[in-house]
Design a protein around this ligand. Structure first.
Ligand SMILES: [Cu+2]
Length: 313
């Protein structure tokens, strides 16, 4: 069924006010104010903050998305409000309004505008993934986007219900402490010993799945000193909610000193660990806990922690 070619529209009505222009003008003013407020007032407070390169990029992306979305939402709300007030049925008015269906101008503008917005954002998304070295997300075992230069490798090993961290460039020691130097690119190699987990270092803007038998690589560069909250972001069993710890971004000399001291402190345990690898099979050396207990060594055993109840100290 085709609509009449000369369908009268509110905008074309000879005697009436120019509704389209009114709506457009109101929308334009409110949108400019809203976008200004989103970008300059709300934007700097948007998650995940500005602690790392990945976080800065994510905050920028969220700001762009909000600035794009606000005018679309405002147009819908303003049109809705305008229609409610101006075009509501009045006493004695039994006439139906002009049909929107078949209005080629409205259809053309709508299809064109939404297509341009969606395609532009798709392009923007690709650029943001590539220029930000994967944008802090897990890229799988062979990442296509990686930073050049000096990269600190940190292996994240998840298990029910904690994370441990292995530093292959410092003799491969394993610790429960996540320590990072400021201003240096970091490569997280994320894996799991048992079920699926997810390494989520909130302030760093890093989130990468931790899957058994998989090396999931994610990059970021810490830009500011401070504390990082690490949480498991994948429901992984009874104590999933208790699977968190706090990392730290430190000055480079302090990090170097910490790494050297920890390497020396854990040397005896590191000698018992399986050699550094991108994935581990915890069933291969099932007796390491017994060997450690016999040797009187406690702490990060570099392997599968004994079953534990996080509510107990
Ligand atoms: Cu978990």
């Amino acid at each position: 069924m085709t609509a009449p070619e000369q369908a009268p529209s509110p905008a074309a009505a000879p005697a009436g006010p120019r509704h389209g222009l009114r709506i457009f003008a109101g929308w334009l003013v409110i949108s400019v104010v809203a976008d200004w407020a989103i970008w300059f007032v709300w934007g700097p407070h948007l998650p995940p903050g500005r602690m790392s390169s990945a976080a800065v990029n994510q905050q920028f992306d969220i700001k762009v998305m909000a600035v794009m979305a606000a005018p679309v939402m405002l147009l819908v709300l303003i049109y809705f409000g305008y229609a409610l007030v101006v075009w509501r049925q009045r006493e004695g008015d039994e006439e139906d309004g002009p049909p929107l269906h078949g209005n080629r101008r409205v259809q053309g503008i709508w299809v064109t505008a939404t297509t341009v917005i969606v395609l532009a954002l798709a392009g923007f998304g690709w650029v943001e993934l590539a220029t930000a070295n994967g944008a802090g997300a897990g890229e799988g075992p062979s990442p296509i986007w990686k930073p050049g230069g000096n990269v600190l490798q940190v292996q994240v090993i998840a298990q029910q219900w904690r994370f441990t961290y292995r530093y292959p460039q410092f003799g491969g020691f394993e610790t429960t402490e996540l320590r990072l130097p400021v201003g240096q690119n970091v490569e997280f190699n994320v894996t799991s010993l048992d079920v699926i987990h997810s390494f989520w270092a909130y302030q760093l803007g890093v989130k990468a799945d931790a899957n058994p038998g998989v090396n999931n690589v994610a990059f970021t560069k810490p830009l500011h000193l401070g504390q990082v909250t690490v949480r498991c972001a994948e429901l992984c069993g009874l104590w999933h909610g208790a699977m968190f710890d706090y990392g730290k971004v430190m000055p480079v000399p302090a990090f170097q000193a910490w790494a050297r001291a920890t390497r020396a402190h854990l040397a005896a345990i590191t000698a018992m660990l399986p050699p550094y690898a991108t994935t581990y099979d915890p069933t291969v050396i099932p007796n390491i806990n017994k060997a450690m207990a016999k040797a009187g060594i406690t702490g990060a055993n570099g392997y599968y922690y004994p079953p534990q109840d996080p509510t107990q100290p």
